[in-house]
Design a protein. Structure first.
Length: 171
């Protein structure tokens, strides 16, 4: 239910210029530390040895609360849709004035039609795979990125790997 309400809130705020302006005035310093903490906590359930971090010091134009949600959804998905004993790699770097976060898993991947169809409540191949959740995680991450003047991209080779790349303004 939390994700349902958050997605509805994001869509409502997307039409409110004052809300978006206040979003753009928020920053997270030392985002690399936050990302490391979130990823380590998610992996701690049973996948610590599968986590590979390559995080450069970075600050981003996004509140800590929203960055936490974005990273949690992406890292959770990477672990959820990749088998144990496969690597989930998280990289963070600053390129010019851009904050670039990349998460790669070695899971079942997505085909190009699934990537194009990405939206709220989308769960792919549900009949073939047991899936928990609402199907909102990637949609929320994508929308948060877009509403912060960022770029969200997915590159996937079905059955091999998926990489999600988020580019946001750095501070």
């Amino acid at each position: 239910m939390e994700n349902f309400w958050l997605y509805a809130e994001l869509e409502a705020e997307a039409t409110n210029p004052q809300a978006l302006l206040s979003w753009h005035n928020n920053h997270t310093r030392n985002a690399h530390e936050l990302i490391s903490s979130i990823a380590t906590e998610i992996a701690a359930a049973d996948r610590v040895s599968d986590l590979e971090l390559d995080l450069r010091p970075a600050h981003v134009k996004m509140s800590k609360l929203k960055l936490t949600k974005l990273v949690t959804e992406l890292v959770d998905n990477a672990f959820k849709f990749s088998p144990p004993n496969t690597t989930v790699t998280i990289t963070l770097k600053i390129i010019g004035s851009s904050f670039e976060l990349q998460i790669t898993d070695q899971g079942r991947g997505m085909n190009s039609d699934e990537i194009i169809a990405l939206g709220a409540y989308m769960q792919f191949s549900r009949k073939l795979y047991a899936q928990k959740g609402s199907g909102l995680g990637l949609a929320i991450a994508k929308r948060l990125t877009e509403l912060h003047d960022g770029h969200f991209a997915i590159h996937s080779i079905s059955g091999v790997a998926t990489t999600v790349k988020v580019i946001l303004p750095a501070t």
